[in-house]
Design a protein around this ligand. Sequence first.
Ligand SMILES: Cc1ncc(C[n+]2csc(CCOP(=O)(O)OP(=O)(O)O)c2C)c(N)n1
Ligand SMILES: [Mg+2]
Length: 790
Amino acid sequence: MNEVTTVQGPLSAEQLAKMNAYWRAANYLSVGQIYLKDNPLLDRPLTLDDVKPRLLGHWGTTPGLNFLYVHWNRLIRERELNMIYIIGPGHGGPGLVANTYLEGSYTEIYPHIEQNRDGIKRLFRQFSWPYGIPSHVAPETPGSIHEGGELGYSLVHAYGAAYDNPDLIVACVVGDGEAETGPLATSWHSNKFLNPLTDGAVLPILHLNGYKIANPTILSRIPHAELENLMRGYGYEPYTLEGNDPMTMHQQAAAVFDAMLDRIAAIQKAAREEGSTARPAWPMLIMRTPKGWTGPKFVDGKPVEGTWRAHQVPLDGIFQNPEHLAQLEAWMRSYKPEELFDEKGRFRADLAEIAPKGRLRMGMNAHANGGLLLKPLNVPNFRDFAVKIEGRGQADVESTRVLGHLLHAVMQANAEQKNFRVFGPDETASNRLDDVITGTGKAWMASTLPVDENLSETGRVMEVLSEHMCQGWLEGYLLTGRHGFFNCYEAFIHIIDSMANQHAKWLKVARGIPWRKPIASLNYLLSSLVWRQDHNGFSHQDPGFIDHLMNKKADVVRIYLPPDANTLLSVSDHCLRSRNYINLIVAGKQPAPQWLTIDEAVAHCTLGLGVWKWASDDDPEVVMACCGDVPTLEALAAVCLLRARVPDLRIRVVNVVDLMALQPQSEHPHGLPDEEFDQLFPVGIPVVFAFHGYPWLIHRLTYRRHNHDNIHVRGYKEEGTTTTPFDMCVLNNIDRFQLALDVIRRVPRLAPKVDAAEQWYSEAIQRHKLYVAENGDDLPEIKEWRWPRN
Ligand SMILES: Cc1ncc(C[n+]2csc(CCOP(=O)(O)OP(=O)(O)O)c2C)c(N)n1
Ligand SMILES: [Mg+2]
């Protein structure tokens, strides 16, 4: 790059001086947060008593983030931009705290962090301090929707925020290390789904500070032209900003950002006023600045600024090394705090004035506290989509197809307010939710061919073969105050396990922060379930996401396994209206028997679990429990087998929709009180439990229940292949014959029948195996089995 040596540029001399002073103040406050607990403005020489005993934080990324913040402030003021700022390297938390403090948002939200010397002292002390604030950008940080502790999601969050927000600009810093992650690498493609007519803009900054924790980054060590070509290949128009002389950099940055924002404005104008439908090449910036810019150049003779050594705390061992203390003081004084803060310790008014005011401040932008903007979702009456039950279990219905009708209606009902989207990794049709696509279309800004169906520049169903992108878009969409629904194959949702963790953590913390308003829940529908992977086999068989979510805070997670279409409708209605949860719905897409009328379904879902009286006897000797659609079918078929073999056996059928109801109330708000649990599962009565997922989860949930010793669970035990639906059950011992045998083994008075029952079981299974091997399909008596009419 050409080295520009002049400080001429779009900024006036006064502007330049003020912006640089503002940046120095942000850098000063960032270093102060990492190091100091006292003497905040260096009114006296720094001593060890002023320094925190544990130095925790990340300096390296921070000056670059601060530099950008100052420039966003100018642009927001000059152009009255509605802008939020997402930083991929969320470990640059001190920078955003410093800037929201300087612009006044921080004090407005946290009045004890006053605009004076004491306030700065508290600001410093609280950072990375027990019961203070975390070292990363966090829900506690004003203006943030992105934690950034786990790298990789900044750009996808930014796009999620920009969709359907035509006036919003999301500035997004991507760390050059972060850029190496899978989710980030694919996130660049989000531009193929962003419509300049109806969506906002994302302004990506690839921050090439050259290093990660201990290594160079790939993108900083390939030729610049190759990197530009990479970005062009992703469909962007790359701009470059490079250097380390602050004044020169401010001028160059101002020029480049003016050009980029003009470009964004031109793209939007072309789409909004001139009718252009072309897919634009949106501007993005490659910014090369030294890691740890303006920090110590050398420590103990080794280079630090501009190297990986600047990543965390560049001067450590302060207590052992007086030279480091002196170097810290010199570093902090290099920002000239006496020029930045007045005698009371207040940020000087002539500098503070260059920040935007009111809601334009990025720390106060309502989009970063989405609950403020949340409009309730219009959910049409789900009863209108109910399946008519003419005889229990007599007709087969694809439950998710029924849900598709409801989602279609939801889409239509919110078409005007444009605050609902459905996300899926190319599986929405496969999961039989196609109805939601009708009329709405699938978002697509790339080229189309006559063979394509339902692709639309204004589509509201988002399909991309990246679970990471679906999850990240949805999170960004929800965090900015909208609603959404993510459907996915059950086995592959694990790809976003970690993202779900991070969102759950965000929700947990945000709940405890009064100024963060509730946001819509993150709703998952998992379909194409473990039991019915008829085409795909073992790779597609994994119900473990339930276990994964179960580890999260009870306040945040809800898990539902509706056994038929009407219960699925009732559960989905509830989830779509809820706030601040992660709702997991597990429901099959294959034609399956339907059990409950819509009124019964609502009552059943309200309780979360209950006796199916129509399938049960009074005064039971055994409880047949079931959770999930296929296990429910097998359990009911087992009841029929038992009624034939042991006609006087008294069986109770309990179906569980809300998995959390199994836990004690002390563990989860949905937990059934012990007395009610004991009524359903009376002490001393054996329970044979057919569960959709891994069986040990049911033990984990019920181990404190009085009757736990009598609960015997069948579930998926990692046996699978491409085989018939019933053979999958047999392989995992959750089939009707096994369940019936389990009952005979567990009910004490049936002990004399066990030998004969075992014989009967092996014959039945042998017959099944032979038939399946021979015919490639299940026995007619299995396939055509129906619940005896009642
Ligand atoms: C997914 C993930 N893997 C690893 C880490 C550990 N980690 C924290 S910071 C960092 C380096 C980040 O480098 P970069 O994105 O370039 O950020 P910067 O240089 O701006 O600090 C790593 C590997 C992480 N936070 N998240
Ligand atoms: Mg880096």
